[in-house]
Design a protein around this ligand. Structure first.
Ligand SMILES: NC(=O)C1=CN([C@@H]2O[C@H](COP(=O)(O)OP(=O)(O)OC[C@H]3O[C@@H](n4cnc5c(N)ncnc54)[C@H](O)[C@@H]3O)[C@@H](O)[C@H]2O)C=CC1
Ligand code: BAL
Length: 499
């Protein structure tokens, strides 16, 4: 756990930190070609924090030219592996040195609780970046078993210029998941942070330059999905796009690619993740705490949130009593207050979407066991809704808010069937004391991550991504993330010919 400051200290810091407003292209902060800006606000208060460059296709072109030049002349892609590692590790040190400032910026811009920014987002950023940096001089290429007459080498080369389009729910962490393996592989990047949360991405670009990352390698083009995201998706000189966000927007990137240069597309998308608790689950207190964490962490604005509690009838009553008890620990309020576990929803539009599911719960006559209310038009209480059928809208759509639907089943087999009855396949949790059942469930559930007797997303060593409509084309995190940012090349040398 990082050392937390007091609310007053965080407020003082918030009042004095400099907020970046310009795009970062070819190693410099710059205005949009159009001169236009857009306001980024503090979701918790509605206060305008900064006016950010509203970039467009012209700025994307400029960033792609810078990224391509950087890639082709090898200032990063061909830099000695040890040197590349040094730069990324230096960036880790600079992030650590500026950790309180980055945490406050992240909390102000996204509504995330400051304690999470300090204890999760910043340390995980550093851990992710340093882990991938350390791989740079440790991954070897291969030779193929082709017999005595030839030598066949299989080498990995950086894929080239990578476009990255990011979501707003984990601005720093998603940045780390994308840039760490991508820069480690030697690629150049044109990156668009979500319009709601651009501040920390810009500050990281600045720190990366200070750490020695050459100009043009990491470009940040700020703005909307239509003005920046789509031009990235359609660009003829971008070799690959990595995207995290909604399934609907992810689908568009496949069309952009098909209609442009067939760039590689990797998508990390939505989820409606099951959290199964069987009758034989042990340590009910801990199970209840994990169920709450799965549903409420990050205000439920989490693609791997355990938003469907699938509970076996024998344990249901006892479990729900404890889950409601622990839900009260998830205090909601001022994101800068280190005592709060939940902050604000990302913006008014998303708040209205999540609140509409509370209205739906009332309309359908579900039992709201705890929560159910909104606060000040931007906060939402952790809410548990019982009596839901897996066929119902509330159990099928990704809400992306702190609302847990309870679905009751009678058997293990029914639990698995219900868990898989979704268009998504990102994550799942199973709670049971029966090792055999836990392994059967882990294999039977069609999801990219299945956790047993805990909720989580693994760590930097394990891949993250989805089955079905939760993902496409690759995985974030782990050594497997490197695969997507590299091309495989075969070099065949005929040893029977004179050299
Ligand atoms: N898987 C995840 O981690 C996330 C899932 N979502 C889901 O998506 C829902 C809607 O949230 P949004 O912010 O609208 O998600 P979104 O998927 O539209 O936005 C993600 C990124 O895509 C960009 N984008 C939007 N439209 C685009 C387009 N036409 N072409 C290219 N880029 C585009 C956005 O500017 C942002 O940078 C949420 O309620 C939630 O259910 C949202 C954010 C993250
Ligand atoms: N849970 C981390 C990835 C995401 O929400 O998009």
């Amino acid at each position: 756990m990082s050392e937390l400051l007091t609310l007053d200290d965080y407020k003082t810091l918030a009042a004095k930190i400099r907020l970046p407003e310009l795009a970062f292209i070819n190693g410099e902060f710059c205005a949009a070609a159009s001169g236009k800006t857009f306001a980024t606000t503090n979701p918790a208060t509605g206060e305008v924090l900064a006016n950010i460059a509203a970039c467009g296709p012209e700025d994307v072109d400029r960033a792609v030219v810078a990224a391509r030049d950087a890639f082709e002349d090898g200032r990063w892609s061909k830099l000695h592996p040890e040197k590349r590692k040094e730069v990324l590790l230096k960036l880790c040190q600079l992030i650590e040195a500026n950790r309180h400032e980055l945490a406050v910026m992240e909390s102000l811009d996204s509504g995330k609780p400051i304690a999470d920014c300090e204890n999760i987002d910043i340390p995980e950023f550093i851990h992710t970046l340093s882990w991938h940096a350390e791989t740079i001089d440790k991954i070897y290429d291969q030779t193929a078993p082709v017999g005595e007459g030839a030598m066949a080498m299989i080498v990995r080369e950086p894929i080239g210029v990578v476009g990255a389009v990011l979501p707003w729910n984990f601005p720093l962490l998603m940045l780390a998941w994308k840039i760490s393996p991508c820069l480690a592989a030697g690629c150049s990047m044109v990156l668009k942070p979500a319009a709601q949360t651009t501040l920390t991405a810009l500050r990281i670009a600045e720190l990366a330059a200070e750490a020695g990352l050459p100009a043009g390698v990491l470009n940040m083009v700020t703005g909307s999905g239509s003005q920046v995201g789509e031009p990235i998706g359609r660009h003829m000189d971008i070799d690959m796009v990595t995207f995290t966000g909604s399934t609907a927007t992810g689908r568009r990137f496949l069309n952009y690619s098909a209609e442009s240069n067939l760039k590689k597309v990797v998508l990390e998308l939505g989820g409606k993740n099951p959290c199964i608790v069987l009758d034989d689950a042990e340590d009910i207190e801990r199970v209840a705490q994990q169920v709450c964490a799965a549903a409420f962490w990050n205000m439920g604005e989490n693609c791997s949130a355990g938003s469907r509690l699938i509970v076996q009838s024998g344990i249901k009553q006892q479990l729900l009593e404890r889950v409601c008890h622990y839900a009260k620990d998830w205090t909601v309020g001022d994101p800068l207050d280190p005592q709060n576990a939940l902050g604000a929803m990302i913006d008014k539009g998303h708040f209205a979407k999540v609140a509409s599911y509370l209205d739906l719960a009332a309309e359908k006559g579900y039992q709201v066991l705890t929560g159910g209310k909104t606060i000040d038009g931007i906060f939402i209480q952790p809410t548990i809704v019982d009596g839901v059928s897996n066929e119902d809208t509330i159990a099928r759509e990704e809400i992306f808010g702190p609302i847990l639907s309870v679905i009751t089943v009678d058997s293990f087999e029914e639990a698995i069937k219900v868990a898989n009855d979704t268009e998504y396949g990102l994550a799942a949790s199973v709670f049971t004391s029966n090792a055999r059942k836990s392994l059967i469930a882990a294999r039977a559930i069609r999801a990219g991550t299945v956790t047993v007797n805990c909720f989580g997303e693994g760590d930097v060593t394990t891949p993250f991504g989805g089955y079905k409509q939760s993902g496409f084309g690759g995985r974030d995190k782990s050594i497997h993330a490197h695969d997507q940012y590299t091309e495989l090349k075969t070099i065949w040398v005929d040893l029977n010919q004179p050299a």
